[in-house]
Design a protein around this ligand. Sequence first.
Ligand code: AMP
Ligand code: ZN
Length: 455
Amino acid sequence: MLTLYNSLSHKKEKFKPLAHRRSGQKVKTVRIYTCGPTVYDYAHIGNLRTYVFEDLLRRTLALDGYRVKQVMNITDVDDKIIKKALALRKPISAVTKPYTKLFFGDLEKLNIEKVEYYTPATANIKEMVALIKKLVARGFAYQGEDGSIYFDISKFKSYGKLSGLDRRELKSGARVSADEYGKDNAQDFVLWKAHKPGEPSWPSPWGAGRPGWHIECSAMSMKYLGETLDIHAGAVDLLFPHHENEIAQSEAATGKKFVRYWVHGEHLLVEGQKMSKSLHNIYTLRDLGNKGIEPLAFRYLILTSHYRSKLNFTWESARAAENALNSLREFLRHPSDNLVRAQAAYIRNYEKKFSAFLNKDLNTPEALALTWKVVRDVKLSFKTKKELVLEFDKILGLGLAAVKPLELPVKIKKLIAEREKLRTYKQFVQADGLRRQIELLGYKLEDTPGGPVVS
Ligand code: AMP
Ligand code: ZN
């Protein structure tokens, strides 16, 4: 059974999806919402760490037999996008379309599975307006003198429960119209921004304008997944204000619990600081490629640390990850056979352990270490090791199934088999003769605990 650390309760909790308890369906569905990218530039590898962690969560749920229904929004209208479009003197779609495409390209390179729904903000304005209307009708939102609509945090009694602000005095009445701000600025936040010249806008009962960032996720998650979600994930920087505001908007509108498990991943750091555009310390997958680090090596690097630990990116650690991944591929490239036949229960134990590690709040470092233990286990045949490693890779997602074994000519295979037979009868001198023959034909032979390896 999966246990997940819930940021709302500050505890690890046993995971049970809602649909399971309610409808008694055979295949249990888990409904997940994950905050997606703002498509005004390349995703940096900090962003990508978060999407890989969410992919691991999704794959672990599938391993546990759940059907996953996941939504990711694409923020395709916001201040940064508008600024860039204005500078280019082009419509916002000229900025968002190419970067959305590049984003999907990055996901593919990292073997991140496609989720069920990717949905752009601009395709859901109607739902956002409807949600804001509800909040106005219920007395949780009001129009400011600037014409924008704000959420009144003083009306939502548990405001701040996710980020711990509920224990502080809040500045109700003061307003913030930016989408991103710090904890010191906990004020009424904007739901609908009144139109400004040069900005794209949509009609609404409060005049032309555009949605704030936070309302986007509440409207889209509830549209696709219903009023109560099983899991909502993102990186820790979204706890406040974004997720706090999502809770306020959604629960104020429905009167129901919005999210049952809040799951947050830690940041990717560079030299001890969060990787972020504003600190000018970002790398993209292209930067990694320029230094000879392939995307899947970066995925490997992510697996080496727990998602709730900070991961400090260095070129040295990236190269070490690349080497480790290549060693796994080398292992699969050189089939060997020995006469070891492990008991079914012994093999099953590896499978159980692997699943137990992941179910322990996604412990990927231990799952990865176990994969290496399989590779090195002298009690397992190559065939069994390969089966186990490829099975594990359905979760790890390192693309190992694509590694083709080195095809040896029939003549070499025969010589190896003959040599193995001689060795079992302890006829080592003759066996050495066959080794020389193999080597004269241009192959290197190495006897390993798992059997002979020819390359
Ligand atoms: P953005 O495109 O800025 O909206 O961010 C997309 C996702 O990346 C969000 O879930 C952020 O929380 C996450 N994120 C941003 N910076 C980092 C970082 N340095 N490490 C991990 N995740 C990050
Ligand atoms: Zn969001």
